[in-house]
Design a protein around this ligand. Structure first.
Ligand SMILES: Cc1ncc(COP(=O)(O)O)c(C=O)c1O
Length: 368
């Protein structure tokens, strides 16, 4: 199974023990609506330590995962017909979340030749009077692409001319990077734009804590207050026990973050090599996150493959599932036809077995 977007490592021991401690200490009641003061303080320390950004408690919101936090932002800010610029390929949930909140997603294809990143000129072309947000995700799910400081500065130059446009910066994969460079986030790169930037982050990917459901946002106090109104009527506070565990994750030893990243890097190198050895498949080396985004357009253009009814990435992934028993996600789900996403947040053994099966499957398809 190479389709899921979650690390296969257990949550770190200190985090699990903190969760057990919270239960034993009866920290099992409602908490403050959008996060306890103790967790907000830990999040503020994280932003200062890792991003050089200072926030007050009123500028922090905690929800049940980055997903809920993103949803709160969109629900709190979009009027019917407001537009949200979403560079493609993008995480599957963005477009539907925008629609659910009454907005209109304006997707902009960012081809592989452009590094799967939104060019400043492309941004300028799609901004309208109705644009409310630009939604950035770096490192990206599904491509692993990372926006450099310089690239964000170029986008910032465009944004300075359009003061009605805000930026949602989804930094959830901040800690899963192989580029050795410093992580760049818009609020740190363009401090003058901070009043219209919301940073979204969480503990799911960095600390293998997907099931605990803790995500957070940092934004101007007015935005945080509006998000709290949404959260108060749908879920109230995030899990009290998970909040205690998240404090330990953020404040405790960070060794596991680097260690997991080392494993991901090995797996990335392995899966990229194996993919490039599959006939007619090509995969560039991603800089971050834990997904390989492979180009299968050459394979799909082959007459023998098309004659077997496999004419798009959906059909190809269905073939891999039915005939090879390997689950991968079609690029179309992320707005990039002709690609497929393989998660390498699985063991090396699993990756090797899956790729061996896929290679055999492709050879079978190409056989005359
Ligand atoms: C780009 C992106 N943003 C946000 C999320 C949501 O993360 P969480 O588990 O904190 O809700 C995911 C999860 O897959 C993701 O890929």
């Amino acid at each position: 199974m190479l389709n899921t977007g979650e690390p296969d490592f257990p949550s770190p021991d200190n985090v699990r023990l903190a969760g057990i401690g919270a239960i034993l200490a009866n920290q099992t009641r409602y908490t403050a609506l959008d996060g306890t003061p103790a967790l907000k303080a830990a999040i503020r320390r994280k932003f200062l330590r890792e991003n050089g950004l200072t926030f007050s408690d009123a500028e922090i919101s905690v929800g049940a995962g980055a997903k809920q936090v993103l949803f709160n932002i969109l629900m709190a800010t979009l009027n019917p017909g407001d537009e949200v610029i979403v560079p493609l390929p993008c995480w599957t949930s963005y477009l539907d979340m925008v629609r659910l909140a009454g907005g209109v997603p304006v997707s902009v294809s960012c081809p592989e030749e452009a590094g799967f990143r939104l060019a400043a000129t492309a941004l300028r072309d799609v901004v309208t009077e109705r644009t409310r947000w630009l939604l950035l995700n770096s490192p990206s799910n599904p491509t692993g692409a990372i926006y450099s400081r310089e690239h964000l500065q170029a986008l910032g130059t465009v944004l300075r001319d359009v003061p009605h446009v805000g930026v949602i910066s989804d930094d959830i994969y901040e800690h899963v990077r192989y580029n050795n460079g410093q992580f760049a986030t818009m609020a740190a790169v363009c401090p003058d734009l901070r009043p219209r930037i919301v940073i979204v982050n969480g503990v799911s990917k960095a600390y293998s804590m997907t099931g605990w459901r803790i995500g957070y946002a940092a934004a101007p106090a007015g935005m945080i207050a509006a998000m709290a109104v949404v959260q108060s009527q749908c879920s109230s506070n995030p899990c009290s026990i998970s909040q205690v565990a998240a404090i330990e994750a953020l404040d405790g030893p960070q060794d596991s973050v680097a260690e997991h990243c080392r494993h991901f890097r090995q797996r990335r190198d392995m899966i990229v090599d194996l993919l490039n050895a599959v006939p007619d498949v090509r995969c560039a080396c991603p800089d971050g996150a834990f997904y390989a985004f492979a180009d299968v357009r050459t394979l799909l253009a082959r007459q023998v493959v098309r004659e077997r009814g496999i004419t798009d990435d959906m059909a190809l992934c269905q073939y891999f599932l039915n005939e090879c028993h390997v689950a991968v996600v079609p690029g179309s789900c992320f707005g990039a036809e002709g690609y497929m996403r393989l998660s390498y947040a699985s063991s090396e053994d699993m990756i090797a077995r899956a790729l061996a099966r896929m290679t055999t499957g492709v050879r079978r398809l190409l056989a005359p």
